[in-house]
Design a protein around this ligand. Structure first.
Ligand code: BG6
Length: 490
């Protein structure tokens, strides 16, 4: 199986926050991979921008260090490396003053008429000021677009203010809000699974589905990001965006087309149908936790409060909750959402559990008939697994067993799985907003999250302790296995 590379038009990409972590870890390696695949036109330029004074050569050296750190040695083709570095320029600019803007305008002028992407890999407090400067210096041509990263606010009101500030300079059709989960291969595959097969869609409703679980478990702690994380917590960091986006793709109606707005209209309807979680429901429907010092994978690891260096923080590093979608398709089907850091294994998956068979024809001696489960695995080992009941082979009467029909994509297609940023960066150049969040989606997600945050603020309850090796804070037997959500049923 070979990949199909569609070259993009000539573009200039300006990365604000070019010396930051995201640029080093994700953006530069993703762009290099696209160059390696011959997707970038020779004339295209990557212009680093940040406050730090640096020459073009110094920034190229900085880029090499990032690529050496985040790419495998066999990926660093010397000829492509040279070509890639030749594209790179750097301008020191300050969002708060005029410093550097005339120079940036001059550099961009050389590429007038090209597609121009402004990638804001900076904190949200700079989104408004940078957009304002782009507007003031008339850099926002018809061919330009802006890309923004989360956090898109810390609640509904701040998200709206950010969207307003961006909207003053860039119309919605040129604003690209990244949720990198939407760029993951398996997430896109979810749409293929649902809408390019006849098998699942007739069963995809409350009549046949018992519940859905969406899990994003990480083994890493907050590492160097404790400062940011403590103002966020798992609900804002993962649920408000990534997990609710996954829920939308599982629960939405078939869109009328795969055009960006047709798809986003359907996701928006799901977000608007989420049943609010009232303060009195919170104890039954939400669990929050915080990891303590302990051992993970054989290594001694610090607890969250040690990493933060501040005792007494109530920020949750784990959250599990039961969501409900109040519409005809999903009434009565719980969606269990959970995510956390420093958990025993790294796994992101969507599990759809179908209802039990109405009657066991085979009797007790054949064993238990377990419900069919469809597991869509995002990482690691991307793939799809369907658990079905079969007869155990051989003599001895009818004995039933649940066996997975397992399709791991790496086995099915012998191709490298691109990082989400590769796809998303090229989509911004192509002008395809399908995998980006529209303003109203972000605000609808906050409208559901805000009451939970307010409930926590007014509660004196502390997050529960996450014990070593557990998938959550509940200590009852079996609670940290797949059966866990049932125990949290209200
Ligand atoms: C980010 C969160 O958006 O997603 C991080 O801010 C989290 O806290 C990360 O670790 C998870 O992404 P992935 O692609 O590693 O699952």
């Amino acid at each position: 199986m070979t990949t199909r590379i569609i070259p993009v038009e000539i573009f200039d990409l300006v990365v604000f926050g070019a010396t930051g972590d995201l640029a080093q870890r994700k953006l530069l390696p993703a762009l290099f991979h696209r160059d390696l695949q011959d997707q970038l036109p020779p004339e295209s330029r990557i212009i680093g921008a940040s406050r730090r004074a640096m020459s073009q050569d110094a920034f190229r050296t900085f880029a090499v260090a990032a690529l050496e750190k985040y790419l495998k040695p066999e990926e660093r083709d010397p000829a492509v490396m040279k070509r890639f570095l030749d594209r790179i320029d750097y301008v020191a600019v300050d969002a708060a003053s005029e410093d550097g803007w005339p120079k940036l305008a001059k550099v961009l002028k050389a590429g007038n008429g090209r597609i121009r992407v402004f990638y804001l890999a900076v904190g949200p407090d700079l989104f408004g000021p940078i957009c304002e400067k782009i507007g003031a210096h008339k850099l926002n041509s018809e061919q330009s677009r802006v890309v923004i990263e989360k956090p898109l606010g810390k609640d509904g009101a701040s998200a709206k203010a950010l969207n307003d500030a961006i909207g003053k300079v860039f119309p919605e059709s040129r604003a690209y809000r990244i949720d990198h989960y939407l760029g993951k291969e398996t997430v896109q595959n979810l749409m293929a699974l649902r809408f390019a097969n006849t098998l699942f869609e007739p069963l995809w409703n409350a009549a046949h589905i018992d519940h859905v679980q969406i899990t994003v478990a990480e083994t890493l702690g907050v590492e160097g990001r404790a400062g940011y994380y403590d103002t966020s917590g798992a609900l804002r960091d993962m649920v408000q965006n990534h997990i609710l986006q996954l829920l939308c793709l599982v629960a939405m109606e078939p869109p009328s087309s795969i055009d960006a707005d047709a798809l986003r209209d359907e996701k928006l309807k799901v977000l608007k149908s989420l049943a609010p979680i009232s303060e009195s429901d919170m104890a039954q429907r939400i669990v929050r936790g915080q990891y303590k010092a302990g051992a993970s994978g054989g290594n001694a690891v610090p607890g969250y409060l040690d990493e933060l260096g501040a005792p007494g923080s109530k920020t949750e590093t784990f959250v599990a909750l039961k969501a409900e979608i109040a519409n005809w398709r999903w009434a009565g089907v719980p969606f269990y959402l959970r995510t956390g850091k420093r958990l025993p294994s790294r796994v992101s998956e969507i599990m759809v559990q179908f209802k039990a068979v109405p009657y066991n024809l085979f009797g007790a001696s054949a064993g238990t008939i377990t419900n069919n489960q469809l597991v869509i695995r995002l990482q690691p080992n991307e793939g799809v697994k369907l658990g079905i009941m079969i007869k155990e082979p051989g003599p001895g009467g009818m004995r039933l067993a649940n066996v997975p029909l397992d399709m791991t994509f790496a086995d099915a297609f012998n191709v490298r799985n691109p990082d989400a940023y590769e796809r998303l960066l090229m989509d911004t150049v192509r002008g395809n907003q399908t995998l980006f969040m529209r303003r109203d989606e972000v605000e609808a997600a906050w409208a559901w999250i805000d009451p939970i945050l307010n409930g926590w603020k007014s509660s004196s309850e502390l997050p529960k302790t996450i014990h070593r090796g557990r998938l959550g804070p509940i200590r009852r037997r079996g609670a940290d296995r797949a059966r866990w959500p049932h125990l949290a049923r209200g």
